[in-house]
Design a protein around this ligand. Structure first.
Ligand code: 3BY
Ligand code: FES
Ligand code: FE
Length: 427
């Protein structure tokens, strides 16, 4: 256990932390930041892992990262190693990356390709659907291979997005409705014909909720994000109470062109706290995409797109993803919890699969703005965490006009924790 965990441990048992979390969330005023234990207590972190990250739908990556049979990538959700793999019939499967012999991790690389999945320890071999093909004669005649296939996680794809859920039961709710909309809104981008151009993973010394809270508002943008503000408009949708007339005019003008091209842009949201949300927002007048100068990041436009000025289609999936879809490249973001005060933010940039590096796009230029923005947000998140660890910290008020996105996030978080905790609290 590290120093931070020791200093912030308040409860003797996990059950006590569950009860206390429920009590704190019940008593919480909706427009205030959370009490400190919810951001730094190690037992409360474990409750977050159990009730959110081991039960809810999570974004892990895009289908075009694993275009062919046997292509895979791995991801670690808290301490759960997961394997995402494309099988022979083209479907995407998610497995617990833990061998049914004695539990070793099977695929060790971050990404790769395999004809079969072979455990490095004693070479038990699974096919791409997770069935155990081969365990050697060492296991004896009575050994039943059919009872030792890989454990599956729930896995759904739509519009190129891959979501998984680790719980026994599939999460309840209106997720399929969101997926249908995602499919429709993503169709112009033709994700199957894109490729990963560049990827970054950033370690942040902050609770995962602070990473999300930071992303859900642009109150901090003026003070911290000069590169991003070359192109982004901070209004959240056309109903944003802050949106001035010249923004509304700009939106109307752009939307007319999008409509003419059949590009979806109406704001759609699903679930408590707008848990899943899609909206297309124009970028600043005269800019095309979120590069340092607002000019193209890639010479080839995505899919069947003709208009380079599609703004950014923002896709939110709580608890762990926000995304920016643009005319010539798109950027996906994934947040994963590591410990009470540590998170991992992974960012991936995609371009048309036929785009040639060095000719059509330059990875350094593609990533420049969001590398800078992510790092600025990392510092904000880490300082937020350090201040919250103080005995002087007391929950503070959100601005209802600038921080409604944070309030929505915490509304979803509160409802989800309370709902998922029910069974455990009755024990
Ligand atoms: O995710 C975004 O693009 C913006 C920028 C910073 C705040 N967030 C709403
Ligand atoms: Fe995988 Fe032994 S642990 S083969
Ligand atoms: Fe930011």
């Amino acid at each position: 256990m590290n120093q931070n965990d020791l200093l912030n441990m308040r409860y003797a048992t996990i059950q006590e932390a569950r009860t206390e979390m429920s009590t704190l969330l019940e008593a919480r005023p909706a427009n205030y930041s959370l009490d400190a234990p919810l951001y730094n207590d190690p037992h409360m972190f474990r409750v977050d892992v159990e009730e959110v990250f081991q039960k809810e739908w999570l974004f892990v990556g895009m289908t075009s990262e694993i275009p062919k049979r046997g292509d895979y990538f791995t991801v670690e959700i808290a301490q759960n190693p997961i394997l995402i793999v494309r099988d022979a019939d083209g479907s995407v499967n998610a497995f617990h990356n833990t061998c049914r012999h004695r539990g070793s991790r099977i695929c060790l690389e971050h990404r790769g390709k395999a004809a079969n999945l072979v455990c490095p320890y004693h070479q038990w071999t699974y096919d791409l659907k997770g069935s155990l093909l081969f365990a050697g004669s060492e296991m004896g005649d009575s050994f039943d291979k059919s009872k030792h296939g890989l454990k599956k996680a729930h896995c759904k794809t739509a519009g190129g997005f891959i979501f998984i859920a680790l719980g026994k039961e599939e999460p309840q709710g209106d997720f399929d409705e969101f997926l249908a909309t995602l499919e429709e809104y993503m169709s112009p981008y033709d994700v199957e014909n894109t490729k990963l151009a560049v990827e970054s993973s950033m370690y942040e010394k902050a609770n995962w909720k602070l990473v999300l809270e930071n992303n859900r508002e642009c109150y901090h943008c003026v003070g911290s994000h000069p590169e991003l503000l070359n192109t982004i408009l901070e209004w959240d949708d056309t109903n944003d109470p802050r949106a001035p007339q010249d923004f509304l005019d700009h939106y109307a003008e752009q939307a007319a062109k999008w409509d003419a091209e059949g590009i979806p842009h109406q704001h759609r949201s699903f679930g408590p706290g707008k848990r899943n949300r899609i909206v297309r927002m124009p970028l600043k007048k005269g800019t095309k995409v979120m590069t340092i100068d607002g000019e193209a990041g890639c010479k080839k436009l995505l899919g069947n797109i003709k208009n380079p000025e599609l703004g950014s289609m923002r896709i939110l999936h709580l608890p762990n993803s926000w995304n920016h879809m643009q005319s010539d490249h798109f950027i996906v973001f994934r947040v994963l919890p590591i410990s009470a005060q540590e998170s991992m933010v992974t960012t991936k940039w995609f371009v048309h699969k036929d785009a040639v590096e060095g000719e059509d796009y330059n990875p350094e230029r593609l990533r420049q703005v969001w590398d800078a923005t992510n790092d600025q947000d990392r510092v904000l998140g880490e300082e937020n965490q350090r201040g919250i660890n103080s005995i002087g910290y007391q929950p503070g008020p959100y601005s209802e006009t600038f921080e409604f996105g944070v309030m929505n996030f915490l509304e979803w978080y509160t409802q989800t924790i309370q709902k998922n905790l029910q069974k455990n609290l009755q024990k």
